[in-house]
Ligand binder design. Structure first.
Ligand SMILES: [Zn+2]
Length: 133
């Protein structure tokens, strides 16, 4: 194998994408050729550097946030059925209450808009009526 061929395949060697036979040939060449071996080392160092850049530490540790929730669910499975049912019922009631509050806010908002039209209309009727003729 010529140096040129070897150096073209160095990247594939580092990524372990060569056939066992090619791998063997390249390794043999690298043991005997100083220039290619130096090229190989430089490339490998560069690839390792790039890999370190590609995989930064995750900023958000999802597991740490998720674990207490999971622990709570697991713990809830262990408590007696009646108690669990009551807890789930309380949760359901509070969620329904939130829903009702939200619904009432939307209805109130809509009602305010609708009523403001009727409250403003008489004034406009008295003062803002366009002149006839
Ligand atoms: Zn060589």
């Amino acid at each position: 194998m010529r140096c040129e061929e070897v150096q073209e395949r160095l990247s594939a060697l580092i990524d372990e994408q060569l056939s066992p036979q090619e791998h063997e040939q390249l390794q043999h060449h690298l043991h005997t050729c100083e220039a290619c071996f130096r090229e190989y080392q430089e490339l490998r160092r560069f690839v390792e550097f790039c890999r370190q850049l590609e995989a930064p530490d995750p900023k958000i540790d999802l597991w740490r946030e998720f674990q207490p929730m999971l622990a709570e669910i697991v713990a809830e499975q262990k408590i007696p059925f009646a108690q669990r049912l009551r807890r789930q019922w309380n949760r359901l009631v509070s969620q329904v209450c939130y829903g009702i509050i939200l619904f009432l806010q939307v209805v109130t908002y809509q009602l305010t808009i609708t009523l403001s039209r009727y409250i403003v209309e008489p004034e406009r009727a008295a003062y803002g009526r366009p002149a006839q003729g």
